[in-house]
Structures are given as C-alpha cells and as structure tokens.
Design a protein around this ligand. Structure first.
Ligand code: TPP
Ligand code: MG
Length: 330
C-alpha cells in the first residue's frame, strides 16, 4: 500500500477508501446488470431461465478481488456475479445472456452456461455441485503446469448434501490442490431451507478432511476481500481452503419466483443487510453518485449493443461441442 509524506496512517486510510470505492463499483456493475436483466426477462427479451444473485454481490466481488487473471473459477446456476467479477466483458456478457451471435459463447451458453476461458471463467453450471470437480481439475492443471494459479469453486449451501463436494474436498486435501471452496450460504436451496436438506456443518465437514475453513459476513465486501486474500494465498501454496460466506438471496430461486414459501417478515429485513447499502454508508455521497452515473452509462451502452446483436446461425448450433479431431482421424 502506498505511503506519502503526510504520514502512513493518512495515506493508508485514503487508499482504503479508493479500494472500497472500487469494490463498490464492481458490486454495482453486477447489481445494475441484474436489475436490467430482471426487467428485460419480464419483457420477454431474455431467452431461457435466469437466476439472479441480487443481495449476494459482496461474495464474488470480494473473492475475485484477491484473484489474478490466470486464476480460474467454476460457477453454478447463479453465476452472473462470478462472471462479471472475474472480468468478463460487460457487453459480451449481455450479448451472451441475450443469446446473440457476438456473445462470449456465440449465444449458445446463455445465462446458465456462460464461460470465458480468456478470463479464467470456466463456466456457469445448472447441475448443483458440478462446478466443484471442474474447479479441482483446473487446480490440478495449475499444479501440474506450475502456473502458480488458484482455482475457485463457487457453490451454494444447497450443494452441501451433494457427493461431489465430499469427494472434491477429499481429492483437494489428498493432492494438496491450489483450490478454494467458496460457499455462498444464503440459507435456501430452491424452495426449502437448507436446514431441511443437510444435517451437517460445512466447517466441521472440511475439518474432517483436514481442510482449514472459515466463516465470513458475506454481506460485507471488505470483510470478504480481506478473508479472501488470506485464503487465496494459502490455497496458492497448496493448502486447499473453505470460505463460507453468509448472505441473502433476494429475488427468489428463479427470476419471477413469488417466494410464497418465505416468511414476509424475513423478506422485509433484507434491505438492512444489502451489501451495496452497507458499503455505500462507508463512502462519500459524491463518490457514490459519480460511480453510479458511470456504471449506469456502461450498463445502458452494453444493453444497447446486445439489443443490436445478431441472432446466431442455426448451422452453428453444434459447433464447439466436440474438439475438431476429424482431420486427425483422416
Ligand atoms: C444435481 C442437481 N440436483 C437438483 C437440482 C435442482 N436444483 C437447481 S438449483 C437447486 C438448489 C440450489 O441451491 P444452492 O446450491 O444453495 O444455490 P442457490 O440457488 O441458493 O444460490 C436445486 C436443488 C439440480 N439442478 N442439480
Ligand atoms: Mg442456497
């Protein structure tokens, strides 16, 4: 952290504000992008099915602040924040989610299968727990190729009962993989509280495999970023880590979910925990207004570009499914 003649404390306090403002800016990009998607989905502009991470932005933004470009991450069905926080281009993000040919996956991935190897985003995934072994494979690749990289698996608390988590914890510990397990613990798996799906405890489960595990307030972006910088460094050294981030799912399981199964009193308290509100309260109003205007302009431009994108050619529907090995086999 930079110091100046005015004294270390003053300089580091100023730097901390800049860092927090940058974290706020990144969270706001995810928030405003998803708010636009929510509207456009309701208007029939977004094909398929979308799951929004509104209320959870501090987790991907805080964790990805500790990552390098060459680090990799595997996501789940609620993956917009993971993709954008890892650095996926905003315009190509909207083009993809809207199914356009210029999207980062040619419009064939959409919301639930968006991926961009160029920024280490290995893909969203509709199968609960499936990202975990994918991240382990990527961590093994980092280890074998000596890239110095770390692989992160973002998963929900709904994946705690999946065998893939238990098996991946074992392999990560056994092979000393440079891997970080990030649980976005929002208390829900689809329409049931997680307590009705899993009787264990993630921290104790990790301990059973000899893996260090910590819990952090997943609505406090600075706390997540601080915790992430510690656990990412340890994972990079071949000590796999678990970070459980306690947060809230605001928009329901899928977009349009009326959440009738939730206690209305509980829903009313959600704004008090909003990670953006909490972060903004620590920043200057002028800074927040400036960043908000800048982000809103960027979102508007990305949406306009995505609306102007072209429909994919049906002839390319199966392109890139298999590697091009025909020539090799003659
Ligand atoms: C293997 C598997 N089982 C069940 C489902 C259906 N399903 C989709 S999302 C979900 C719950 C996911 O909860 P969680 O992992 O906590 O993520 P959240 O939606 O809370 O972000 C379930 C059961 C699925 N997609 N894959
Ligand atoms: Mg959940």
């Amino acid at each position: 952290m930079a110091r100046n003649a005015k004294g270390g404390d003053a300089a580091s306090a100023a730097d901390r504000d800049v860092e927090l403002l940058e974290l706020y800016r990144r969270m706001l990009i995810v928030r405003r992008a998803e708010e636009r998607l929510s509207q456009m989905f309701a208007d029939g502009e977004v094909p398929g099915f979308i799951h929004l991470s509104i209320g959870q932005e501090a987790v991907p933004v805080g964790v990805c602040a500790a990552l390098r470009l060459e680090d990799t991450l595997a996501s789940n069905h609620r993956g917009h924040g993971h993709a954008l926080a890892k650095g996926l281009d905003l315009e190509r993000f909207f083009l993809e989610v809207m199914g356009r040919a210029e999207g980062v996956c040619g419009g064939r991935g959409g919301s639930m299968h968006i991926a961009d190897m160029g920024v280490g985003m290995l893909g969203a995934n509709g199968i609960v727990g499936a990202g975990l072994p994918i991240a382990a494979g990527s961590a093994l690749a980092h280890q074998v190729r000596r890239t110095g990289g770390v692989a992160v698996a973002f998963f929900g608390d709904g994946a705690m009962a999946e065998g893939t988590l238990h098996e991946t914890l074992n392999l990560a510990a056994l092979w000393h993989l440079p891997m970080l397990f990030v649980c976005e613990d929002n208390g829900w798996g689809e329409f049931s509280p997680t307590s009705r799906q899993f009787t264990g405890d993630l921290i104790a489960l990790a301990g059973a495999f000899g893996i260090d595990a910590a819990t952090v307030d997943g609505n406090d972006v600075a706390a997540v970023a601080r915790a992430a910088s510690k656990v990412v460094a340890a994972a990079r050294d071949g000590c796999p880590q678990v970070l459980r981030c306690v947060t809230n799912r605001v928009h329901g399981h899928y977009e349009g979910d009326p959440q009738r199964y939730r206690d209305p009193a509980d829903l009313e308290t959600l704004p008090n925990h909003d990670p953006l509100r909490r972060c903004a309260a620590k920043l200057g109003a002028d800074d927040v207004a400036k960043v908000t205007a800048e982000v809103e302009d960027r979102i508007a431009a990305a949406v306009a570009a995505a609306r102007a994108g072209t429909e994919p050619d049906i002839a390319r529907a199966r392109a890139d499914v298999y590697s091009p090995c025909e020539a090799a086999h003659g």
